[in-house]
Design a protein around this ligand. Structure first.
Ligand code: ATP
Ligand code: MG
Length: 400
């Protein structure tokens, strides 16, 4: 049996024209990168699906493990390919079913006949194949709705594809097919989830982190690097820009009354992030803000924060509950890293009571006492850029 192929079905089937070809091109590139360890792998992309071929069964198994992390894939199936004749299809169906656990399992046959010249019509073929399989595997129980084994047979001109299992893909769009942005990444629970959700919509990004040493420790920075590493597993290299933020925060504490200092802090972060965004030619900013979660996330606060930039600020968590966010964080593996106890710059300088309705004129008034413009500039220039990868994680562990 020719059991060496995986059929990949795309998400976002409604895409048309140039968007579609961009989607397919990017997806092919991303799958290739995700599966680069598989040395015998070859690929062929069509408009509506893709085929992966490998001669080694262990590589096929590894591909099945990795493919669910690649955005843009709706589902995929290992398939057997045979001649489009009734005899070959019957035999290959038995081979395919013979490869799975059949004891006590429910079962159904589904046929799609793209080649209309095939001598049997769909219904006839379904019956014929169903009977044939049941005679060979009498333990199978026929079930029309949600069977455990779905023998799926697709007849094309020149070949028939046969599979017994459909694996669920990650959905969404290929990372990088929807432009590049800059993620404000704190080390908390929310911003990594925000990054993940934008990746799912095809956005690739750099990350920016504000650190306030010595008030924030090296372990806090390490935590952010680990989050970046975890996010990298979903399909893109992520550069991390670390901004020295201590001086700015001290100036804010000095000049701005404590109930407005959080607003100014956020405005400074936004300005710095926007400058870096421009330098790296990214199009948008991403944050983990969720409406009403804390004082700095009311609509009034967001208005005051947004005033410093006209760049689109993507806030994928804006309408989500904390519990929903935590659930995603757990699924994507960032939660255990995010709850490590190291202080974030904002927690350390956080005022006891922040205004939920900051008045812009007041904020601007207090900000006018300091040359914040120059400090923003300096912070941008003093940033350190790193690429946390799997590899330097190992190097780091060696040092411990
Ligand atoms: P998170 O869990 O992402 O820290 P949060 O619920 O703690 O979010 P805030 O502290 O109000 O909310 O931060 C709102 C957003 O501002 C964060 O989601 C993140 O995008 C950005 N942000 C906050 N602190 C930092 C930081 N030190 N470095 C980079 N971005 C930050
Ligand atoms: Mg936070």
């Amino acid at each position: 049996m020719n059991w060496n192929t995986i059929l990949i079905r795309y998400g976002e089937m409604s895409l048309k024209g140039k968007n579609k070809s961009k989607f397919v091109r990017k997806l092919k590139e991303n799958i290739k990168a995700a599966l680069q360890e598989l040395t015998t792998l070859t690929m062929r992309a069509e408009r509506d699906r893709m085929f992966l071929y490998t001669e080694r069964p262990e590589e096929l198994i590894r591909a099945i493990e990795i493919l669910p992390t690649v955005f843009g894939i709706q589902s995929f199936s290992p398939i057997a390919i045979c001649e489009p004749t009734l005899e070959a299809i019957k035999q290959t169906s038995l081979d395919v079913i013979g490869n799975t656990e059949t004891e006590g399992k429910t079962f159904k046959v589904e046929v799609k006949r793209t080649d209309k010249t095939f001598p049997l019509v769909t219904g006839e073929l379904q019956q014929e194949l169903g009977g044939h399989v049941l005679r060979a595997f009498p333990e199978l129980i026929v079930k029309m709705k949600k069977p455990e084994i779905l023998l799926y047979v697709e007849i094309q001109r020149g070949a028939a594809y046969i599979s017994s299992h459909i694996y669920k893909g990650a959905g969404g769009m290929p990372v990088g097919s929807n432009g590049h942005s800059l993620l404000l990444l704190s080390g908390g629970i929310d911003s990594p989830v925000a990054g993940y959700l934008m990746m799912k919509r095809g956005v690739s990004f750099d990350a920016i982190h504000f650190a306030s040493p010595p008030f924030t420790s090296d372990l806090a920075k390490q935590k952010v690097e680990d989050i970046v590493r975890q996010l990298t597993k979903f399909g893109a290299t992520i550069r991390l820009h670390v901004i020295p933020f201590t001086e700015l925060q001290q100036a804010i504490v000095k000049q701005v009354p404590s109930n407005l200092s959080m607003t100014t802090t956020r405005r400074m972060m936004m300005q710095i992030a926007d400058r870096v965004r421009e330098e790296i030619h990214a199009l948008g900013l991403i944050t983990g803000e969720s409406l009403g979660q804390v004082a700095s996330q009311t609509l009034e606060s967001l208005t005051a924060i947004n005033e410093v930039t006209s760049t689109p600020v993507l806030r994928p968590l804006v309408a989500m509950d904390k519990l929903e966010i935590i659930q995603i964080a757990e699924t994507i593996g960032t939660y255990p890293i995010s709850i490590r106890p190291y202080e974030d710059c904002c927690t350390i300088f956080a005022p006891s009571s922040a205004k939920t309705k900051p008045q812009l004129e007041k904020v601007r008034y207090y900000e006018s006492f300091e040359n914040f413009e120059a400090m923003v500039e300096e912070a941008v220039n003093k940033r350190i850029t790193i690429i946390p990868s799997e590899q330097n994680e190992e190097e780091f562990n060696d040092l411990l």
